[in-house]
Design a protein around this ligand. Structure first.
Ligand SMILES: *Cc1c(COP(=O)(O)O)cnc(C)c1O
Length: 359
């Protein structure tokens, strides 16, 4: 007899990470930090090598204390996870039952789909306007019975954000018992005055949580570390469903050093400000439509014409040692997502696209 997994699991297309770069090539496919990681975090990670025989502190207290201090929030209302990925999965595991409705924006982060399908929930995607989440369509999709609404703000792969007043309008018009998950993975890169990371909304409204990551501004994607801030009751539930040692010891050490290294964060932000503007301006100058981004990547649109398409551009870039992200799985077959790299990488991308445009 064959063994059957839970209904719906075989409908899942496993997440396909950004392609790894062959030797000598430059990886701009996963929105990793162009400057690497904080040297202090790397040193803390290396020092953890002396303690590999020990179980980690299951509550990651030291890390939560450090995050609480830096963010000015109560450490008791933080849960850490193996990447924000794990926290998103745990939220699904804790709250979703088969048949429940989960809502996301049209080009929402693919992990939300995985979470919904793993739990047998129904995923509804709300149309966007100009590659931006649309609160009206989100509310319409949610109706009176959505269990969870996921909103990455700013969003990956589009790079766009919706302003604080729109996030508030969403929260205020959702049913109170709909869980709103604000995924603020790129929040540290944003300084638009009308933007909010959503942290204050967690305190002001019921059933609102924010997820954050060490993978982007802190450059610790390989460590797998993220955290969630939420109301006490939700935090309590997530603690019940997480593994007792879900965050490993080197991750706790590296994360604690990273969150305290404000100088490295500032350096990463300044680098991104400079080179995000460069990429948008230069690639836009070649005649391509570039969706305005507040993240550490750009979304570039290509004409749907043989020889000039996103797939052609992707091949052309690959031949020049540049690995970027094709977006068929997101329903954006005519676009490529390109991570902000170091100076050399960014200049090579622009030169390659100029050559491609001229071919
Ligand atoms: C990169 C990213 C994350 C981070 O995921 P981790 O599991 O913490 O590495 C979360 N959400 C979005 C939208 C992202 O792009």
């Amino acid at each position: 007899m064959t063994l059957s997994p839970r209904p719906g699991l075989l409908d899942i297309t496993p997440y396909k990470p950004g392609a790894s770069a062959p030797k000598g090539a430059i990886k701009l496919s996963s929105n990793e930090n162009a400057l690497g990681a904080s040297e202090k975090a790397a040193e803390a990670f290396r020092n953890a090598g002396d303690k590999l025989h020990l179980y980690p502190d299951g509550g990651a207290s030291k890390l939560r204390e450090a995050i609480g201090q830096e963010e000015g929030i109560d450490p008791a209302r933080i849960v850490c996870g193996a990447g924000s990925d794990e926290l998103l999965q745990l939220i699904g595991r804790a709250y979703l039952e088969p048949g429940d409705k989960v809502v996301q924006n049209e080009y929402g982060f693919l992990v939300y789909r995985l979470v919904a399908l793993q739990c047998g929930a129904e995923l509804v995607s709300a149309k966007e306007t100009n590659y931006r989440a649309d609160v009206d369509t989100l509310l319409e999709a949610a109706g009176t019975d959505a269990k969870i609404v996921f909103l990455a703000n700013p969003n990956n792969p589009t790079g766009t954000y919706i302003p604080e007043r729109e996030v508030r309008r969403l929260r205020e018009n959702l049913p109170e018992d709909t869980l709103l998950v604000l995924d603020s993975a790129y929040t540290e890169f944003v300084d638009e005055p009308d933007y909010t990371s959503g942290m204050a909304l967690v305190d002001e409204y019921a059933n609102t949580v924010v997820t954050r990551t060490f993978s982007k501004i802190h450059g610790l994607a390989g460590v797998r570390l993220g955290w969630m801030y939420g109301p006490a009751e939700i935090v309590d539930v997530i603690h019940r469903v997480r593994g007792p040692f879900n965050v490993n010891l080197p991750a706790i050490e590296a994360g604690t050093a990273a969150i305290r290294d404000r100088a490295f964060m500032a350096k990463s932000k300044a680098h991104n400000d400079q080179w995000l503007a460069f990429l948008q301006q230069q690639i836009g100058g070649l005649g391509y439509e570039v969706t305005p981004s507040v993240c550490n990547f750009v979304l570039v649109h290509f004409p749907d014409e043989p020889g000039r398409s996103a797939a052609d551009a992707d091949r052309f870039l690959q031949q020049r040692g540049l690995v970027v992200r094709p977006l068929q799985p997101y329903g954006l077959p005519n676009a490529l997502r390109i991570t902000v790299g170091d100076e050399d990488a960014n200049r090579r991308v622009v030169e390659a696209l100029a050559a491609f445009a001229g071919t």
